[in-house]
Design a protein around this ligand. Structure first.
Ligand SMILES: NC(=O)C1=CN([C@@H]2O[C@H](COP(=O)(O)OP(=O)(O)OC[C@H]3O[C@@H](n4cnc5c(N)ncnc54)[C@H](O)[C@@H]3O)[C@@H](O)[C@H]2O)[C@@H](O)CC1
Ligand SMILES: Nc1ncnc2c1ncn2[C@@H]1O[C@H](COP(=O)(O)OP(=O)(O)O)[C@@H](O)[C@H]1O
Ligand SMILES: [K+]
Length: 510
């Protein structure tokens, strides 16, 4: 799986490559600049000119190297050093001399020729070393890049679009918007998390000689990007001599009048994700409607009426007998005792439990109930539900997605799936995984219910947490991506994902 590194971790990896593996730092910059030049060339039209904007740090050094390679290839190149050239790093200074040796001297930014269609602008102003909002000449340069892009020039960013904060993926104003971003050595949060990811355009990670071993020296939180191979490899093989008992029985506690579709979608998603059997437990008045959605769904009626509460504990314990996973929450009738009921239920069972939707809102009233859990627990909040769990606003959650997901996972000793664009999977051990699949077409009612069903099915088949969650989230997003090709982002609805899951499994079973 791909490691995602913060700016500090990048510096640690660079140090390790130099000190432990004898990698000269000049060579890292040389490799970075060469890859940058190649990306720039791939974007140019016939006869297009390259404008390379270099900042005062090592990012600028990468730009100077790229300019040299472009010149060597016979291209028309103009270079500008923006800011105080007296502050250049020693490595950048050497590359400035080398460039001058090729007969090209940087020009003042203000006198650069305009760029337009066919031309390429190389943004090497700031990379991981950006500390504050760009001002003065830097802001002017970023504004000019935007104007040239509007005029039709392509923009390739060295490492990170300038103005974008590498660790948080939050842009300052102003910030470069790139067509291509060349990520040196490792991808960074800015490439993988929104809103940064959208500002990067197409991200091309290139090796620059840091070596995979260099991450051993890296401290702090461990961030990864989920890869398709990791997700696919988790799936159990369906053996020829297997039977429905081999693949687990999921209990779904979901649905109420007006929300019977939620329960049906959880159940159908579990069935479409390989579960041997699926039973829905819900109030008697809702049960026939849930079951009518599909003859494969089994059901048990929960006696009593109204919100789920402590009085439902025995019936739920009975329903859980012989089950391999629990999914609870979508569309349940919630009341003052629902959170306590969930706590007691989790204390009485050892199979994995997925809590979603109103089960999350119920436990938000007293998170302590989750500490009673005997078995592994997966929480799948969307940002609004996470805000309730965490006692802050949705905006706060979105501004600190990685930290919030990790804190919740660690403090409650659970796995957390924080949904939304670039869904995060955080495990109690300190690792956070970023999911690259999914699209804005999935912003439609019921897609979350489908996800909780997929999670339940994979857990019932014996895939442990957090891997089951990673695989489910990846597959669910990929199902959305494949179905968006048929329905469009506008037309995609949650039940399309049930079809899409079929496409995912077909692709993975090959
Ligand atoms: N870490 C690595 O392994 C490698 C890093 N390389 C490059 O080095 C970059 C990091 O280099 P640096 O640490 O020198 O950082 P940068 O080049 O990103 O920028 C840092 C410089 O800009 C100044 N600065 C920051 N924010 C500013 C603002 N808003 N206005 C004005 N000045 C500002 C800083 O004081 C410093 O002088 C990476 O992004 C990458 O492009 C590559 O050369 C290859 C190897
Ligand atoms: N813009 C988006 N990009 C990627 N995935 C998205 C986007 N919007 C929604 N999704 C995904 O769709 C699902 C929505 O879940 P949720 O909000 O719980 O919906 P519901 O409660 O209607 O079932 C999540 O898996 C989420 O990650
Ligand atoms: K840059």
């Amino acid at each position: 799986m791909q490691r995602v590194l913060t700016a500090v971790q990048m510096r640690e990896a660079e140090k390790a490559a130099q000190e432990q593996h004898g990698m000269p730092s000049g060579l890292l910059m040389e490799n970075a600049g060469r890859a940058l030049a190649e990306a720039a060339r791939s974007l140019a039209g016939p006869g297009g000119r390259f404008t390379v904007l270099c900042g005062p740090g090592n990012n600028g050094g990468d730009g100077l190297v790229a300019a040299r390679f472009l010149l060597e290839g016979g291209a028309r190149v103009v270079v500008s050093l923006v800011g105080d050239t007296g502050k250049l790093t020693p490595e950048a200074k050497r590359n400035l001399q080398a460039l001058e040796g090729f007969g090209e001297s940087p020009r003042a930014f203000e006198v650069l020729p305009e760029a337009g269609p066919g031309d390429v602008v190389v943004d090497a102003l700031f990379g991981t070393g950006l500390k504050r909002a760009p001002e003065g000449v830097f802001a002017d340069a970023i504004g000019t890049v935007a104007r040239w892009r509007r005029a039709g020039a392509k923009v390739v960013a060295a490492d990170v679009p300038s103005g974008l904060q590498s660790d948080t993926a939050e842009p300052f104003t102003p910030c470069v918007e790139a067509d291509v971003t060349v990520a040196f050595g490792f991808v960074k949060p800015a490439h993988e998390l929104e809103p940064g990811a959208s500002l990067c355009g197409d991200v091309r990670r290139v090796d620059i000689g840091l070596g995979g071993e260099s991450t051993r020296a890296v401290s702090g939180a461990e961030l990864f990007r989920v890869e398709e191979k990791d997700a696919r490899d988790a799936l159990p093989k369906r053996r020829a001599d297997s039977h429905k008992g081999t693949y687990g029985h999921v209990l779904v506690v979901a649905g109420s009048p007006g929300k019977t579709g939620a329960a049906a979608m959880v159940a159908l998603a579990a069935l479409r994700s390989g579960a041997g059997l699926v039973t829905v437990a819900t109030r008697a008045e809702a049960l026939p409607w849930v079951m009518a959605h599909s003859p494969e769904i089994m059901g048990v009626a929960l006696p009593g009426e109204g919100p789920l509460g402590k009085g439902d504990l025995e019936a739920l314990k009975a329903a859980l007998e012989g089950k391999d996973a629990l999914v609870m929450g979508p569309g349940i009738p919630r009341g003052p005792e629902t959170g306590a009921l969930i706590g007691d239920l989790l204390a009485s069972m050892e199979v994995p439990a997925v809590l979603d939707a109103d089960a999350l809102n119920a436990v938000a009233e007293d998170l302590k109930v989750l500490r009673q859990a005997k078995g592994p627990v997966l929480l799948t909040p969307h940002p609004g539900e996470m805000a309730r769990l965490w006692g802050r606003t949705t905006k706060d959650v979105q501004a600190h997605r990685v930290g919030v997901a990790l804190n919740m996972a660690t403090s409650l000793n659970v796995t957390v799936v924080l949904k939304g664009s670039r869904t995060l999977i955080a495990e109690a051990g300190g690792r956070v995984y970023i999911n690259p699949t999914g699209n804005a077409g999935m912003a439609t009612g019921g897609t979350g219910d489908v996800l909780s069903g997929v999670c339940g099915a994979l857990l019932a088949q014996g895939i442990p947490l957090p891997r089951a969650a990673r695989t489910a989230v990846y597959a669910h997003g990929l199902a959305g991506d494949l179905m968006a090709q048929q329905r469009g982002l506008m037309g995609l609805i949650a039940t399309d994902l049930l079809v899409g899951l079929g496409h995912v499994w077909t692709r993975w079973e090959r």
